[in-house]
Design a protein around this ligand. Structure first.
Ligand code: ADP
Length: 158
């Protein structure tokens, strides 16, 4: 049974995330999407909201589950019998940091990191940019699931 984790903050989930999770789900028996808890970072959506949105966005994928983790991702992997971390790479700018993280995690444990190149249509897509554009009234439909559009509108006004 091969099990992989797709980690992130997912504030909120975008179609770029869903694309990576779908592709990981074709390669591995089981995919755990893990939402990192970082109390010091200000988020638009609560942890529970982010988990709920991810569950909805991946409900068409029977071998995908959603969880959260606090602390080190490699510890989460050890606790859940996860052998690999799957990360999407958007551009060269992602690479330096991701390589550093992958090597650090490899140094801590034998959990390996696999990079999945982003689909070109999502290579410019980041949760932070989606929020900024949506807050300014820009059209981000097609970049996030439709229900996320609605939830962002609600979140901006609370
Ligand atoms: P973080 O909180 O690490 O900045 P996000 O929650 O935005 O990250 O994204 C989680 C992970 O999903 C990223 O580390 C990256 O591997 C992947 N990812 C994010 N956006 C995209 C995208 N547009 N295309 C492919 N992969 C992406």
């Amino acid at each position: 049974m091969t099990k992989v984790v797709c980690p992130g903050s997912f504030d909120p989930v975008t179609n770029g995330h869903v694309d990576i999770v779908e592709r990981a789900a074709r390669l591995f028996d089981e995919v755990v999407v893990a939402v990192g808890v970082n109390e010091s970072k200000k988020r638009l959506f609560s942890l529970q909201e982010r988990i709920d949105m991810l569950r909805r966005a991946t409900e068409h994928l029977p071998n995908v589950s959603v969880a959260s983790f606090q602390g080190l991702l490699v510890d989460f992997c050890a606790e859940h019998g996860i052998a690999a971390i799957a990360k999407g790479l958007r551009a060269v700018s992602d690479f330096d940091y991701e390589l550093q993280m992958a090597q650090m995690n490899g140094n801590l444990t034998d959990v390996d990191t696999l990079f999945i190149p982003t689909s070109p249509e999502y290579s410019f897509l980041a949760s932070s940019l989606v929020k900024e554009v949506a807050r300014g009234g820009g059209d981000v439909s097609g970049l996030v699931p439709d229900f996320v559009l609605e939830q962002m509108k609600d979140a901006f006004t609370r």
